[in-house]
Design a protein around this ligand. Structure first.
Ligand code: MTE
Length: 323
């Protein structure tokens, strides 16, 4: 995300792998049509299996999922594009690595703990944790600060349902989302590229907004490992990095948590991280975005188009300072 790569390639300029493969197929077909032979105009195609596309149709389906009026009807991004173009630094810093390196990541048994200022703190086995909740499909716009974007049919649990069940006390002002620390399984954690474990945070009212979910699936199935299995945060009006993956602790705290990206590069990453075309990242303009699988950029909208539901959370705040 922000690590200075040797060639200083902007991630926003990197084509999703599946699109790249399709484009190469297109170029190869075009070159065949033009000269009647593939004749070395285009290098030979890599095996498509390299794209590491797992589904849909491969992972277990999630039954009894309700639809939601909060879903967008916009065209969904292709699973192959979204699931092979990831930020998950525990499994490598380039976009293609998580789909490859997380293949054997073990997501069972999995423990998740509720801690801090709540009446009912507890540690759960993951499957027991999700049992009491109804799953909903939420088709959301997803936007990364690096300017790529997508439309994703997530499946998840409204975070407000979880918060109500664990009964926060009056001291709970923020929630800290802590993800797995397991360097034996996560090769990226053997380097100090980020402070581990990866941490994200929300204000309690942001977490309780009806749009905030903990996702356990996408495209009708359980989450593929590279997208944060077995459970991750999804906050559609914020940049993608707010979506901590592979959560193991949800801590109700009194003071604002310091998230991983705030620690890594404070001038670039604030606590709020609302999608905001008025506030540029030091390396990426935030006025435009490009959806995976599309070539033409789109204009980025305030709160990623969710202003009606969330602008009230920030009434009176200067969002240039609270970026
Ligand atoms: N969660 C963990 N544990 N580790 C990470 O590196 N990257 C974040 C976020 N959650 C990250 C993470 C960033 S920078 C982004 S943009 C989103 O995950 C990407 O989610 P996606 O790969 O499902 O699109």
């Amino acid at each position: 995300m922000l690590i200075g790569k040797p060639a200083d390639i902007r991630y926003s300029e990197i084509t999703p792998r599946a699109t790249y493969l399709r484009r190469r197929e297109f170029l190869q077909a075009a070159s065949v049509a033009a000269v009647g032979t593939a004749a070395a105009l285009v290098p030979s195609l890599p095996a498509v299996a390299e794209a590491q596309v797992q589904g849909p149709g491969v992972l277990p389906k999630l039954p009894n999922v309700k639809t939601s009026a909060l879903s967008t009807t916009e065209k969904q991004s292709a699973y192959a594009d979204f699931s092979t173009y990831n930020n998950f630094y525990e499994f490598g810093t380039d976009k293609a690595s998580p789909a490859i390196n997380a293949k054997r990541f073990r997501t069972r048994p999995w423990k998740i703990a509720i801690e801090g200022h709540v009446a009912k703190p507890a540690a759960f086995d993951f499957d027991e944790f999700v049992k009491p909740y109804a799953l909903e499909e939420r088709i959301y716009r997803h936007r990364c600060v690096e300017t790529w974007a997508a439309v994703v049919p997530w499946i998840g649990i409204p975070m407000a349902d979880i918060v109500k069940r664990v009964e926060p006390t009056s001291k709970a002002k923020f929630i800290e989302f802590v993800t797995l620390f397991d360097p034996a399984q996560m090769p990226g954690q053997r380097d100090e590229i980020l402070q581990w474990p990866y941490i994200e945070g929300l204000r309690l009212d942001e977490a309780m907004n009806p749009l905030t979910i903990l996702a356990v699936g996408m495209y009708g199935e359980v989450l593929p490992n590279q997208d944060g299995a077995p459970i991750r945060l999804v906050v559609p009006w914020k940049y993608g990095f707010k979506g901590g993956k592979s959560l193991v602790k949800i801590r109700f705290v009194e003071s604002m948590p310091r998230s991983t990206w705030m620690i890594k590069e404070p001038p670039a990453y604030g606590f709020y991280a609302n999608v905001n075309p008025m506030v540029d990242h030091p390396r990426w303009s935030q006025t435009r975005e490009r959806r995976l699988g599309e070539f033409l950029p789109r204009r980025t909208t305030m709160f990623n188009g969710y202003a009606d539901q969330v602008a009230k959370l920030y009434a009176g705040m200067d969002l240039r300072r609270n970026y």
